[in-house]
Each structure stands twice: as C-alpha cells, then as structure tokens.
Design a binder for this molecule. Structure first.
Ligand SMILES: Cc1cc2nc3c(=O)[nH]c(=O)nc-3n(C[C@H](O)[C@H](O)[C@H](O)COP(=O)(O)O)c2cc1C
Length: 211
C-alpha cells in the first residue's frame, strides 16, 4: 500500500481534466473527510456546495479567470465560510455536541460561554478571516482523501469571490466563498504540468531545528 507521502507526491494541482465522472462512493468519502476535518473549537464554521450542474460550472468558469478545470471536472466543491460568528451558530454546534455525546459537561459549558462572550461581539471581518482559515484545513483533508482514491483535484483561490457569492446567493445564507476545488481526472495529453517535477524549498530553507 502506498504511504501518505507517496499520495502527496502523486497529487498535483491538475491544470486540465478530462471530464470523466468520479463515482459517488469516492465523492462520499471526500465529503466525509471534509466533515471529519478539525476546526478551531470544533465550530465547523463553513458549508460546502457540491456542483455537478454543467451550466452553473460554465458560469463559474467565467468568474474564475476562465480556468478550464472548473468545467472539465466531475464535481466542483465550493467552500463557503460563515460571514461571522453568531450566538445561534455557536450554540448550535455546542448543543449538537451534547446531544451526540449524551452528556453535559461543566468545563465544556464554560468554554461555550467564553466563546459566546468573545466571537459574536467581534468585528465581522475579523471573524470571517478566522472562519475562512478553517476551510483551508478542510480542503486539504478533501485533497488527501481524493489522492487516496486516485482522484485529481485542484485547490483554487483564483476566482472573483464577490461574484461567486452573488451567483450562488451565499450572502443570503450568511456565507462567503473562500475556495473552490474541482474534482476529476487529469487530462495528461493537455496538461503541461502533469510530467513536471515538484518544485519545493529544500528542507534547510523551510525548517529550523531548535533543540
Ligand atoms: C490556496 C490555494 C489556491 C490555489 N489557487 C489556484 C488556482 O486558482 N488555480 C490553479 O491552477 N492552481 C491553484 N493553486 C495550486 C498551486 O499553484 C499549487 O498547489 C502549487 O503550485 C504547488 O504545486 P502542486 O499542488 O502541483 O504540487 C492553489 C493552491 C492553493 C493551496
């Protein structure tokens, strides 16, 4: 069995995809990886839209600098973070946690109160910066699971967020798009990047050992 690092070497940000459909069971596993991804305080402050509709993909490609993976993919994931933290949103996940665990714990309830006293009062933009960061972790979980299933993916920030928010009516839901992730299969014949070596900083530039 290939190791995690082998999968990381296999994956790359595909620049062209061949339109082949990804089987539902693989999509389900990728979505489950997103659901299981860690988030700050476990708040999971985002939603993910799973788009297979061709005309919608076309419209999104137009506001994603015409990047072809947007239409050549099988499924297009749109990560949309909460536009801010509210008391309702925080209470919802804490109540859900109590329900799932079947216990109420004083330390946990104190922690809930601390978050309730802190986040909802804060500037919405600052809160959004925080919720947006959580989507990057979830996206990486999706990319890793995709690689395990030999599904290609391309992490993308290259789109006009405001226009995508409008197109998908995200602000009505209190959401703002942060990332899109086309899932599909690399088109080796048309992808200039397929056979190029990975370029990464050498270890010495990246890591500082402090003993
Ligand atoms: C947050 C983020 C945003 C990115 N946005 C785009 C994008 O809009 N279009 C694209 O083709 N690649 C995009 N990339 C891919 C990176 O360029 C790529 O991951 C990086 O060059 C490393 O190469 P590799 O992923 O092929 O190993 C993005 C990557 C990340 C992590």
């Amino acid at each position: 069995m290939m190791s995690f690092l082998d999968k990381m070497k296999w994956r790359y940000a595909a620049k062209a995809m061949n339109g082949e459909k990804v089987p539902q069971e693989k999509i389900d596993r990728i979505l489950e990886a997103i659901r299981l991804a860690p988030t700050s305080s476990g708040l999971q402050p985002f939603e993910v839209l799973v788009i297979t509709n061709d005309s919608l993909k076309e419209q999104i490609r137009k506001i994603a600098f015409n990047q072809r993976q947007v239409t050549e993919c099988s499924h297009l994931l749109v990560f949309a973070a909460w536009d801010t933290y509210t008391k309702e949103r925080i209470n919802h996940i804490f109540d859900l946690t109590n329900e799932i665990r079947g216990i109420k714990n004083e330390g946990w309830e104190n922690y809930r109160q601390m978050l309730l006293d802190y986040y909802p009062q804060r500037d919405a933009e600052l809160n959004f910066q925080h919720t947006a960061r959580q989507t990057y972790i979830a996206m990486m979980a999706a990319m890793a699971q995709a690689a395990f299933d030999k599904v290609d993916s391309t992490p993308m920030e290259g789109f006009e967020n405001d226009k995508l928010d409008k197109l998908l009516n995200l602000s009505e839901k209190g959401l703002k798009s942060t990332l899109i992730l086309p899932l599909g299969y690399r088109d080796e014949a048309n992808d200039w990047l397929t056979n190029l070596a990975k370029a990464r900083h050498p270890k010495e530039e990246l890591f500082t050992m402090i003993d």
